[in-house]
Design a protein around this ligand. Structure first.
Ligand SMILES: Cc1cc2nc3c(=O)[nH]c(=O)nc-3n(C[C@H](O)[C@H](O)[C@H](O)COP(=O)(O)OP(=O)(O)OC[C@H]3O[C@@H](n4cnc5c(N)ncnc54)[C@H](O)[C@@H]3O)c2cc1C
Length: 332
C-alpha cells in the first residue's frame, strides 16, 4: 500500500506539492506501493494511494483528495499534535500506517523531516528527492539537482520524498475517500521538541513564489538593500513574484522565504528573469523547472548567461528600468 503524508495550507486546502506527491504515488508507483524491481511486481503503474493528514481536515481537502484518487484518508487530530513536532508527528504517521509498502511525502522541509524520522523509527530505507519511478527502480536528484542517481530500496517498507515539480498534479475519476479517525496516545518523550509559536509575516509567505508563472530573480548584482526598486516594479508589471539568491538573503537584503535554490524554493514558472545572478550550481537547482530562462547580467561569461534562452548584457538597473518604461508606455 502506498501512503502519502499530505500537507494542507492555512485555508485547509491540499498544498500544490502534496497534490504532486499524490499524483506521483498514483501514476508512478506500482499497485503494492513498490516501484523498484526488487519488489518483483508487474503490471501498469496505478492504484489508489492513501493519505495521512494531521490536524483539521476540511471538506474542501477531502474533496480534493477524492479528485486526486485517494481512497482512504487517515486523519489524526490530537491536542498534542496541534503544533508541529517532528518526532510526535512521525510516530503518529508510523502508528497508523503499519500496512505501508511505500510511505512518501513531498520534499518540503516538513516532508523531508517527517520522512527521515519515520524511516529511522521503522528501520526502513529512504530515498530523498525522487523524480521518477519505473520498473528499473527509482530516479532521484543528487548534488543539488545537477545529477541523477538510479537506485532501488530493499525491505518491506520504503520511505521517499518526492522532489518539487517532479510531476504535475492530475485529477482522476473522483472518489469519496473513507476517513479513518484515530484515538492516539502521544508519548511525552516525542514532544521534547515542538513548535511553540508561529509568526507569519506577509513578506515571509513564499507560496506566491512557488506558484507564480513569472518570477523575477535578483542577486548580488542589485548592489544593496535599496537596489530592488526596478525588479519589484517588473514583478508588479508581470503579476509575478520575486525570487532571490542566497547572497541576497545572507546579506539580509530580503527574507529567506524569497530564496530560490537548493536551500530555498524550487520553482517552475513559465519565465524566470535572473537579474544580477551568476548561476551558481545551488541556485540553478531551484530553477530547473523554469520553461524560459532570461538573464540580465554585466558578465557575458557568467553561467546564468551561458544557460539562458535569452540574455541581455548590461547593468540590470538600466535594463530593467528600460523594460519597465516600455511596458508602462505600451500599456498607456
Ligand atoms: C550548501 C550551499 C547551499 C546553497 N544554497 C543556495 C541557494 O539555495 N540559492 C542560492 O542562490 N545560492 C545558494 N548557495 C550560494 C551559491 O553558491 C552562490 O554563492 C550564490 O547563489 C551567488 O549569488 P549571486 O548570484 O547573487 O551572487 P554572485 O555569485 O556574486 O553573482 C552576482 C552576479 O551579478 C552580476 N552583476 C553585478 N553587478 C551587476 C549589475 N549592475 N547588473 C547586472 N549584473 C550584475 C555579476 O556579473 C554576477 O554574475 C548555496 C551555497 C552552499 C554552499
Amino acid at each position: 500500500m502506498t501512503i502519502v503524508f499530505v500537507e494542507t495550507d492555512p485555508a485547509g486546502e491540499v498544498t500544490l506539492t502534496s497534490a504532486e506527491a499524490i499524483t506521483f504515488a498514483r501514476t508512478q508507483l506500482l499497485p503494492d506501493g513498490g516501484a523498484a524491481t526488487s519488489r518483483e511486481v508487474s503490471g501498469p503503474p496505478s492504484g489508489s494511494p492513501e493519505a495521512v493528514v494531521i490536524g483539521e481536515l476540511s471538506d474542501a481537502a477531502v474533496e480534493e483528495l477524492g479528485r486526486l484518487g485517494v481512497s482512504i484518508s487517515h486523519h489524526l487530530e490530537h491536542p498534542d499534535l496541534a503544533e508541529y513536532s517532528a518526532a510526535a508527528w512521525a510516530q503518529a504517521i508510523v502508528d497508523v500506517t503499519p500496512e505501508a509498502g511505500t510511505l512518501l511525502a513531498s520534499g518540503t522541509p516538513r516532508g523531508m523531516e517527517l520522512m527521515a524520522h519515520a524511516a529511522v523509527r521503522t528501520g526502513a530505507r529512504m530515498a530523498a528527492n525522487v523524480v521518477a519511478a519505473d520498473e528499473e527502480g527509482l530516479l532521484r536528484q543528487v548534488h543539488g539537482g545537477t545529477a541523477f542517481e538510479r537506485l532501488s530500496l530493499d525491505g518491506d517498507l520504503q520511505v521517499l520524498t518526492i522532489a518539487g515539480h517532479a510531476c504535475t498534479p492530475e485529477e482522476t475519476t473522483p472518489t469519496t475517500p473513507e476517513i479513518y479517525d484515530y484515538d492516539l496516545t502521544v508519548a511525552e518523550a516525542d514532544l521534547t521538541t515542538r513548535v511553540q509559536r508561529t509568526e507569519a509575516e506577509a513578506a515571509d509567505d513564499a507560496s506566491g513564489l512557488t506558484s507564480a508563472r513569472a518570477v523575477v530573480g535578483a542577486g548580488r548584482g542589485v548592489g544593496s538593500e535599496n537596489g530592488f526598486s526596478e525588479v519589484l516594479e517588473l514583478v508588479d508589471h508581470l503579476g509575478g513574484a520575486l525570487g532571490v539568491s542566497r547572497v541576497v538573503t545572507g546579506l539580509g537584503w530580503r527574507p529567506h522565504a524569497e530564496q530560490v535554490g537548493q536551500t530555498g524554493s524550487r520553482i517552475s514558472p513559465d519565465v524566470y528573469i535572473a537579474c544580477g545572478i551568476s548561476g551558481a550550481i545551488q541556485h540553478m537547482a531551484g530553477i530547473e523547472g523554469a520553461k524560459t530562462l532570461v538573464a540580465i547580467n554585466t558578465d557575458e561569461e557568467s553561467t546564468m548567461v551561458q544557460r539562458a534562452d535569452y540574455a541581455i548584457i548590461g547593468d540590470l538597473h538600466e535594463v530593467v528600468g528600460a523594460v519597465n518604461e516600455e511596458i508602462a508606455r505600451r500599456r498607456g
